[in-house]
Design a protein around this ligand. Structure first.
Ligand code: ADP
Length: 203
Protein backbone atom coordinates (compact mmCIF):
# COMPACT_ATOMS: atom_id res chain seq x y z
CA UNK A 1 0.00 0.00 0.00
CA UNK A 2 1.37 3.41 -0.98
CA UNK A 3 1.47 6.21 1.57
CA UNK A 4 0.66 9.57 0.02
CA UNK A 5 1.60 12.66 2.04
CA UNK A 6 -0.62 15.63 1.22
CA UNK A 7 0.38 19.08 2.37
CA UNK A 8 0.29 22.76 1.54
CA UNK A 9 0.41 26.07 3.34
CA UNK A 10 -2.63 27.24 5.27
CA UNK A 11 -5.34 28.32 2.83
CA UNK A 12 -3.81 26.47 -0.12
CA UNK A 13 -6.79 24.14 -0.60
CA UNK A 14 -5.28 21.03 0.94
CA UNK A 15 -8.58 19.98 2.51
CA UNK A 16 -10.32 20.57 -0.81
CA UNK A 17 -7.84 18.23 -2.57
CA UNK A 18 -8.17 15.67 0.25
CA UNK A 19 -11.93 15.63 -0.34
CA UNK A 20 -11.45 15.00 -4.06
CA UNK A 21 -9.04 12.13 -3.32
CA UNK A 22 -11.58 10.65 -0.89
CA UNK A 23 -14.15 10.79 -3.70
CA UNK A 24 -11.74 8.66 -5.74
CA UNK A 25 -12.02 6.07 -2.98
CA UNK A 26 -8.78 6.65 -1.11
CA UNK A 27 -8.93 6.58 2.67
CA UNK A 28 -7.76 9.93 4.07
CA UNK A 29 -6.12 10.16 7.49
CA UNK A 30 -6.25 13.71 8.88
CA UNK A 31 -3.24 14.59 11.06
CA UNK A 32 -5.11 17.40 12.85
CA UNK A 33 -7.86 14.95 13.75
CA UNK A 34 -5.31 12.47 15.15
CA UNK A 35 -3.76 15.28 17.20
CA UNK A 36 -7.18 15.98 18.71
CA UNK A 37 -7.91 12.30 19.39
CA UNK A 38 -4.72 11.66 21.37
CA UNK A 39 -5.61 14.35 23.91
CA UNK A 40 -9.22 13.33 24.46
CA UNK A 41 -10.25 12.65 28.07
CA UNK A 42 -9.02 9.22 29.14
CA UNK A 43 -6.03 9.27 26.82
CA UNK A 44 -2.64 8.98 28.56
CA UNK A 45 -1.26 12.05 26.77
CA UNK A 46 -3.86 14.30 28.41
CA UNK A 47 -2.82 13.30 31.94
CA UNK A 48 0.83 13.75 30.98
CA UNK A 49 0.15 17.24 29.65
CA UNK A 50 -1.57 18.19 32.91
CA UNK A 51 1.39 16.79 34.83
CA UNK A 52 3.91 18.69 32.70
CA UNK A 53 2.10 22.02 32.23
CA UNK A 54 -0.20 22.21 35.25
CA UNK A 55 -3.79 21.20 35.99
CA UNK A 56 -4.99 24.53 34.54
CA UNK A 57 -4.58 23.08 31.05
CA UNK A 58 -7.71 21.05 31.87
CA UNK A 59 -11.23 22.48 31.74
CA UNK A 60 -13.74 21.77 34.51
CA UNK A 61 -15.14 18.81 32.53
CA UNK A 62 -11.67 17.25 32.26
CA UNK A 63 -11.14 18.04 28.60
CA UNK A 64 -8.17 19.96 27.26
CA UNK A 65 -8.10 23.75 27.47
CA UNK A 66 -6.31 24.31 24.16
CA UNK A 67 -5.67 28.01 24.48
CA UNK A 68 -4.25 27.58 28.00
CA UNK A 69 -1.97 24.79 26.80
CA UNK A 70 -0.84 26.90 23.84
CA UNK A 71 -0.13 29.83 26.15
CA UNK A 72 2.03 27.62 28.37
CA UNK A 73 3.71 25.47 25.73
CA UNK A 74 4.48 27.82 22.88
CA UNK A 75 6.63 30.15 24.96
CA UNK A 76 10.05 28.71 24.20
CA UNK A 77 11.72 25.90 22.33
CA UNK A 78 12.15 23.71 25.40
CA UNK A 79 8.49 23.75 26.37
CA UNK A 80 7.36 23.28 22.79
CA UNK A 81 9.61 20.23 22.60
CA UNK A 82 8.13 18.90 25.84
CA UNK A 83 4.64 19.20 24.35
CA UNK A 84 5.82 17.44 21.19
CA UNK A 85 7.55 14.70 23.17
CA UNK A 86 4.24 13.89 24.85
CA UNK A 87 1.97 14.07 21.82
CA UNK A 88 4.04 13.10 18.78
CA UNK A 89 4.69 9.42 19.64
CA UNK A 90 0.94 8.95 20.28
CA UNK A 91 0.02 10.63 17.01
CA UNK A 92 2.53 8.44 15.18
CA UNK A 93 1.15 5.31 16.81
CA UNK A 94 -2.42 6.23 15.89
CA UNK A 95 -1.35 7.07 12.34
CA UNK A 96 0.25 3.64 11.96
CA UNK A 97 -2.90 2.02 13.28
CA UNK A 98 -5.07 3.92 10.77
CA UNK A 99 -2.69 3.02 7.93
CA UNK A 100 -2.87 -0.62 8.96
CA UNK A 101 -6.67 -0.44 8.95
CA UNK A 102 -6.58 0.98 5.41
CA UNK A 103 -4.24 -1.82 4.34
CA UNK A 104 -6.42 -4.48 5.98
CA UNK A 105 -9.41 -3.01 4.12
CA UNK A 106 -7.55 -3.67 0.86
CA UNK A 107 -6.68 -0.07 -0.11
CA UNK A 108 -3.88 0.34 -2.63
CA UNK A 109 -3.05 3.76 -1.16
CA UNK A 110 -3.76 5.89 1.89
CA UNK A 111 -3.62 9.70 1.97
CA UNK A 112 -2.04 11.40 4.98
CA UNK A 113 -3.30 14.98 5.14
CA UNK A 114 -0.83 16.94 7.28
CA UNK A 115 -0.21 20.71 7.31
CA UNK A 116 3.29 20.38 8.81
CA UNK A 117 4.33 17.31 6.79
CA UNK A 118 7.55 18.94 5.55
CA UNK A 119 8.28 20.94 8.71
CA UNK A 120 8.29 17.74 10.75
CA UNK A 121 10.08 15.64 8.16
CA UNK A 122 7.20 13.16 7.88
CA UNK A 123 7.38 13.52 4.08
CA UNK A 124 10.48 11.32 4.23
CA UNK A 125 8.32 8.41 5.44
CA UNK A 126 5.87 8.77 2.56
CA UNK A 127 6.04 7.08 -0.85
CA UNK A 128 4.81 10.22 -2.57
CA UNK A 129 4.65 13.82 -1.37
CA UNK A 130 1.95 16.01 -2.87
CA UNK A 131 2.07 19.77 -2.32
CA UNK A 132 -0.90 22.03 -3.04
CA UNK A 133 0.50 25.36 -4.14
CA UNK A 134 -1.08 28.81 -4.24
CA UNK A 135 0.64 32.21 -4.26
CA UNK A 136 0.79 33.79 -0.81
CA UNK A 137 -1.31 36.84 -1.70
CA UNK A 138 -4.11 34.66 -3.10
CA UNK A 139 -4.04 32.45 0.01
CA UNK A 140 -4.41 35.54 2.17
CA UNK A 141 -7.38 36.70 0.08
CA UNK A 142 -9.07 33.28 0.47
CA UNK A 143 -8.38 33.03 4.21
CA UNK A 144 -9.85 36.49 4.79
CA UNK A 145 -12.85 35.83 2.53
CA UNK A 146 -13.74 32.29 3.62
CA UNK A 147 -12.35 31.80 7.13
CA UNK A 148 -12.96 35.23 8.55
CA UNK A 149 -9.30 35.81 9.45
CA UNK A 150 -7.92 39.32 9.45
CA UNK A 151 -5.21 39.97 6.86
CA UNK A 152 -2.70 40.42 9.67
CA UNK A 153 -3.62 37.08 11.25
CA UNK A 154 -3.44 35.30 7.89
CA UNK A 155 0.04 36.74 7.26
CA UNK A 156 1.20 35.78 10.74
CA UNK A 157 0.02 32.18 10.31
CA UNK A 158 1.65 31.87 6.92
CA UNK A 159 4.93 33.28 8.30
CA UNK A 160 4.90 30.64 11.06
CA UNK A 161 5.02 27.84 8.46
CA UNK A 162 7.91 26.70 6.31
CA UNK A 163 8.56 28.88 3.24
CA UNK A 164 6.74 27.79 0.09
CA UNK A 165 10.04 27.19 -1.74
CA UNK A 166 11.16 24.70 0.89
CA UNK A 167 7.83 22.88 0.85
CA UNK A 168 7.87 22.73 -2.94
CA UNK A 169 11.39 21.34 -2.91
CA UNK A 170 10.05 18.30 -1.03
CA UNK A 171 7.24 17.70 -3.55
CA UNK A 172 7.01 14.75 -5.90
CA UNK A 173 3.79 16.17 -7.34
CA UNK A 174 2.62 19.79 -7.21
CA UNK A 175 -1.08 20.64 -7.50
CA UNK A 176 -1.49 24.22 -8.71
CA UNK A 177 -4.57 25.69 -7.03
CA UNK A 178 -4.13 29.29 -8.14
CA UNK A 179 -7.02 28.87 -10.54
CA UNK A 180 -10.69 28.08 -9.84
CA UNK A 181 -11.66 24.98 -7.84
CA UNK A 182 -12.87 23.42 -11.12
CA UNK A 183 -9.26 23.32 -12.33
CA UNK A 184 -8.42 20.86 -9.54
CA UNK A 185 -10.40 17.95 -10.96
CA UNK A 186 -8.11 17.23 -13.92
CA UNK A 187 -4.98 17.61 -11.76
CA UNK A 188 -6.36 15.24 -9.16
CA UNK A 189 -7.22 12.73 -11.90
CA UNK A 190 -3.60 12.97 -13.07
CA UNK A 191 -2.41 12.47 -9.48
CA UNK A 192 -4.60 9.40 -9.15
CA UNK A 193 -2.95 7.96 -12.27
CA UNK A 194 0.46 8.59 -10.66
CA UNK A 195 -0.65 6.94 -7.41
CA UNK A 196 -1.94 3.92 -9.30
CA UNK A 197 1.32 3.75 -11.23
CA UNK A 198 0.05 4.79 -14.64
CA UNK A 199 1.49 8.29 -14.93
CA UNK A 200 4.66 10.31 -14.77
CA UNK A 201 6.13 10.87 -11.31
CA UNK A 202 7.33 14.41 -10.79
CA UNK A 203 5.15 17.03 -12.48
P1 ADP B 1 -6.31 24.29 3.61
O1 ADP B 1 -6.92 23.00 4.06
O2 ADP B 1 -5.10 24.11 2.77
O3 ADP B 1 -6.07 25.29 4.69
P2 ADP B 1 -8.88 24.67 2.31
O4 ADP B 1 -9.05 23.51 1.43
O5 ADP B 1 -9.68 24.73 3.57
O6 ADP B 1 -7.33 24.97 2.61
O7 ADP B 1 -9.15 25.98 1.43
C1 ADP B 1 -9.11 27.29 2.02
C2 ADP B 1 -10.34 28.06 1.57
O8 ADP B 1 -10.20 28.39 0.19
C3 ADP B 1 -11.60 27.23 1.69
O9 ADP B 1 -12.64 28.07 2.10
C4 ADP B 1 -11.83 26.73 0.27
O10 ADP B 1 -13.20 26.53 0.00
C5 ADP B 1 -11.26 27.84 -0.57
N1 ADP B 1 -10.68 27.38 -1.84
C6 ADP B 1 -10.00 26.24 -2.07
N2 ADP B 1 -9.59 26.18 -3.35
C7 ADP B 1 -10.05 27.32 -3.94
C8 ADP B 1 -9.95 27.85 -5.27
N3 ADP B 1 -9.31 27.21 -6.24
N4 ADP B 1 -10.53 29.06 -5.50
C9 ADP B 1 -11.17 29.73 -4.51
N5 ADP B 1 -11.29 29.29 -3.26
C10 ADP B 1 -10.73 28.10 -2.96
Amino acid sequence: MKMIGLTGGIGSGKSTVAKLLAEHGFPVVDADQLAREVVEPGQPALAELAEAFGQDVLLADGSLNRSELAARAFVDKERTELLNAITHPRIQELRERRFQEAKDAGSDAVVYDMPLLVEQGVDKNMDLTVVVDVDVEERIRRLVATRGLTEEDARRRIAAQVADAERLAAADVVIDNNGPVEALGEQVDQLVRVIRGRGAGRT
